[in-house]
Write a protein that binds this ligand. Sequence first.
Ligand SMILES: [Cu+2]
Length: 704
Amino acid sequence: MNTSRQPADAMPPDPVPGATVPGATVPGATVPGATVPDATGPGTTGPGTTAASAAAAGGAHPLDPLTAEEFRQVAGILRRDRGVGARWRFASIELKEPDKHAGHTDHASHASEASDAREASGTNGISEGGHASQESEASEPHKHAGHASHASEASPAEVPARREAFATCWNRDDGQAYRAVVSLADGTVTAWEHLPGQHPNMTLDEWHECDEMLRAHPLLAAALARRGITDHTRVLTDVWAYGAALVPPRYRGLRLGWADVWYRGSDDGNPYAHNVSGLHPIVDLNRMTVLEIEDNLRPTAPGDQPDVKGEYLAKLIPLPLREVKPLHISQPEGVSFILDGRLLSWQNWQIRLGFNYREGLVLYDVGFCDAGRLRPIAHRLSFAEMVVPYRDATTDHYRRTAFDIGEWGLGFMTTSLERGCDCLGEITYLDAVVHDSSGEPHVIPHAICIHEEDNGILWKHVDHAFGAQVRRARRLIVSFHVTVANYEYLIYWRFYQDGNIECEVRATGLMVTSNFPEGRQPPFGTLVDERTYAPFHQHFIVARLDLDVDGYANTVHAVDSQASPADDDDPYGLGLVIRETPLRTEAEGKQDYNWHTQRGWKVVNNNVRNGLGTPVGYKLVPGGSFPPMLNNSSPVLRRARVIEHTLWITPYQQDERWPCGDFPNLSDRDAGLPTWTARNRSIDNTDVVLWYVFGIHHITRPED
Ligand SMILES: [Cu+2]
């Protein structure tokens, strides 16, 4: 899929059933009987309010996203100092985050500093046998405690805020791309890197301009007329990015796009209901011209369009929408979280909310307050790539390999949320600011939703003498939605009172379909309507988890369960044992899901002990993981080797951000994780980053 910004009112009123994927669940050991701590107090922002303006105004924190004014500054400085003119486009402008390790050169020393620290943990935890101490024994002030948050000497908060930005731009006339670092403090360009042969991400402006150009193009009009389609106001074209291996040799080096053509059955009908199968314009996006129109017109046309029922507006659906009685969620005394600028506090959790064009929501400095001491858990959590290969070799689909993050950007595609529809209850929204391809800022109102939910029972026990004791569970959710042309992704980060962090990505919206001739069967997909099928495809999502469990020095352990060999101690063959394998190198860090051993991964800080004397840790519990099922020679696999493993682990490097490379658009090979990990660096007792691959293996259904 690729992208268009749909107006909020175009969202289906009755959501298409979505595939739900339990994502990166990162729980600590669940502690039975944990009591619910007191609420931290009423929030500072009211329901339904937007808290962005205050935070966006002054660049109050070094990790705050760029403001509208800062976007303008960056573009202005590059125009002035580097001749970025009217024929150029900005692919991306974002905050250059302060160096996480500023002031730190020796991680090992931190490990030893921390080694004598004693820890008490009632919450996050340690999965060593599932014990986590409930007793909060007094512990010495921990030298490491503030490392992922504000208290540390390494904390960005204490580094004087010298705001810097990254910008990627290219000249449409010669196709040459550049990456700049701009100092906002000095108003100067401090780096200007030529990127020969690289194609920066696609932009929404190109998508819209391409659609406009194509719908007015005589060649497309002729192709449509051959199919009996003459009303071009009902036509939609949808340009997708290419993989280099599929670019015809005569077009190599161009900024190339290929497009689908759709039409709607009525003026307000679903734009993606009727696929004009076999018709694909090939476009030079820099000149914004048609190179050719691939037309695999079947001899049976015109009038060969099947009668598809693909509408979602209530007035166009023959059946009434599902009716239910009103359900009100109210918090008469206000919410239990506090949003101070972009720092979110709730039930001992602290999270700083960031945002950029590519990852959308970024969670920084995730920590948990334990007996008054903020214990770091993660420096940064985000989604770094999404790879969506369509598993259909026919002419309509063989190029369909979307990199929704690297090619299009979750931030650019974030859509506004509406209370009562997207979010129920007492909602606090944050706006987001992105930019267009001329560098002009653009505000997405209500881009991020923050709210609490009742989550049923946290703990319960019924004793025959004392009756029932129940603790209800509350959870905090930070979410955002993206619309990638026909598809929507709904992304929810959830924080729990017992220390769990959970992420869920839901896919909804409209599936890509195409039709096939009378008397045939769909080749690589499921029949979803009359002579119409939805191709099978996969959504691989790569979460980038920069964990700092009680400090930087972490080691990841693979944890496998297995039956113990029957012996004299276990004559009935009941024993179940845990095998823990510390992963010391990047090669060992390439890990695959193993259902037979219920494999999970513990991120352990061996330098810090909990109240039971075992090292503290957080466990990554995989869910929704599936193998690529791609031939080793497949071009899409060559561009996205990341999907070959469930988990990759790397030592932290600030510039290692994009698992399929900085520029997956028109890429030939994966220039990210496979390249970095080829050095086979140590991941032992160091600052590790986990790259967790999960998603949806989408065997399409009519119900979708
Ligand atoms: Cu899907």
